[in-house]
Design a protein around this ligand. Structure first.
Ligand code: IMP
Ligand code: MG
Length: 213
């Protein structure tokens, strides 16, 4: 149910990165118009599957901020919204230990749950969060991610709804960050490797030392 990016063979030229961000962002991977279109169709898919059910949307902080806001305004469902805070702290390495910074408050027992995250990468985050929610005995849990990087997966996990499957690139914008920056960009862009290069010149393969999930 995901959408492969068609930017490569598309006749439409991807717009240039705005001058303000050109030093840090290499290129635009997904434009704001492509995001808007896909979020709408994704919401339609979800709405069809959840019709008639009161839904609890659980969103992982903070990368989902823009995606979530756009997605739920297209969801014509009676829903309640809650957040789980997860941070991954690693000593300069990728996918460090996960720390919960905010717990769920709403009761989800017997409810239909839609778990929303920004990007499914190694799968470690979702594979830690899902058992926690399952333990609260919801009727069912469906997972929805804006982006999926299947090439990086280490856990046997897939999302029920995927906005775009993307290649193994570190991306920022539309809520996604590097070291808490770039969440405000209206597009998804590829970060210049020099931004996450260590002073030694070594490149952090994927994640920065401290990363708000
Ligand atoms: P996972 O636990 O490896 O699946 O990673 C999930 C989390 O890592 C996401 O919610 C993001 O916060 C972060 N992440 C993974 N890849 C990227 C990326 O390309 N850009 C920004 N954040 C990312
Ligand atoms: Mg995240």
């Amino acid at each position: 149910m995901s959408t492969q990016l068609k930017t490569k063979n598309s006749k439409l030229k991807t717009p240039a990165v705005p001058p303000r961000w050109r030093n840090e962002v290499e290129r635009i991977l997904i434009t704001d118009a492509q995001l808007a279109r896909r979020v709408k169709t994704l919401a339609a898919e979800i709405e069809k599957d959840f019709r008639g059910r009161e839904t609890v949307v659980i969103s992982l902080l903070s990368g989902t901020v823009m995606f979530l806001a756009d997605l739920i305004r297209h969801l014509n469902l009676p829903l309640r919204l809650d957040f789980i805070g997860v941070s991954s702290y690693g000593a300069g390495t990728e996918s460090g230990e996960l720390v919960f910074t905010k717990e769920l408050r709403l009761d989800v027992r017997g409810r239909d749950v839609l778990l929303v995250d920004d990007i499914l990468d190694t799968g470690k985050t979702l594979s830690r969060v899902l058992p926690k929610i399952r333990a609260l005995k919801p009727r069912r849990i469906k997972t929805c991610v804006l982006l999926d990087k299947p090439a990086r997966r280490v856990e046997n996990i897939r999302a029920d709804y995927v906005g775009f499957a993307i290649p193994d690139l570190f991306v920022v914008g539309y809520g996604l960050d590097f070291a808490e920056r770039y969440r405000n960009l209206p597009f998804v862009g590829v970060l210049h490797p020099h931004v996450y290069k260590k002073p030694t010149g070594a490149i952090l393969k994927n994640k920065p030392p401290s990363h708000q999930a």
